[in-house]
Design a protein around this ligand. Structure first.
Ligand SMILES: [Fe+2]
Length: 197
């Protein structure tokens, strides 16, 4: 395994979680639906905890949380851009549209977050010693939450868009009702939406 790339993945993972807290804070300024607000409040708290979990991995592996890499700067730039995109939508003064923008931004941020943790899980399987146990423990703690963050918000985004288009929507989305935690589960929930209308 390439140690330098594993470190790069961890720097990006930390930056993604830090950016994620800003994305959720801004998304909560855009939210209109009460159920989605509750969901995102919970996800914000979980994301703050993910920051702590990654910081703990850094201290166990002797890594510096302040280390900057070109890849980490890109992740920060994308996070800041997502915040800016939501602020643009807020300024336009259409709450429902701003909520949709926020949902899309959360999905974009969580797509990267989900990928990071999937990769950390792969590294954890191969890594030995302290590195192996630190990564395995962290991965086990966040895995299910990351699945929910991505799949449930994707469902919210689709259904809120369907509602905005003037068609019958399933709200909260089937992904949430069925407590989806896998990609295949998300696909099944999406297929089942017709029966839930
Ligand atoms: Fe996370």
């Amino acid at each position: 395994m390439k140690d330098e790339e594993v470190r790069e993945l961890l720097y990006q993972a930390l930056e993604t979680e830090l950016g994620g807290t800003q994305v959720y804070k801004t998304a909560l300024r855009c939210v209109v639906n009460d159920d989605l607000k509750k969901e995102w409040e919970e996800y914000l708290e979980q994301t703050k905890n993910h920051v702590r979990i990654v910081e703990n991995v850094f201290s166990r592996l002797g890594l510096d949380t302040e280390t900057e890499t070109p890849g980490r700067l890109v992740v920060r730039h994308i996070g800041e851009s997502l915040v800016k995109a939501m602020e643009m939508a807020l300024d336009a003064g259409k709450p429902e549209a701003a909520q949709l923008v926020a949902a899309e931004c959360v999905v974009l941020a969580e797509t990267k977050d989900h990928l990071n943790w999937e990769l950390i899980g792969e590294v954890a399987k191969k890594a030995k010693g302290e590195k192996g146990s630190a990564l395995k423990e962290a991965h086990k703690e966040v895995e299910d939450e990351e699945d929910e963050h991505l799949y449930h918000t994707t469902g919210w985004t689709r259904e809120l868009w369907i509602e905005a288009l003037g068609m019958p929507a399933v709200l909260p989305p089937p992904e949430e009702e069925k407590e989806v935690k896998t990609a295949i589960g998300a696909a099944r929930a999406k297929l089942a939406r017709k029966d839930m209308l």
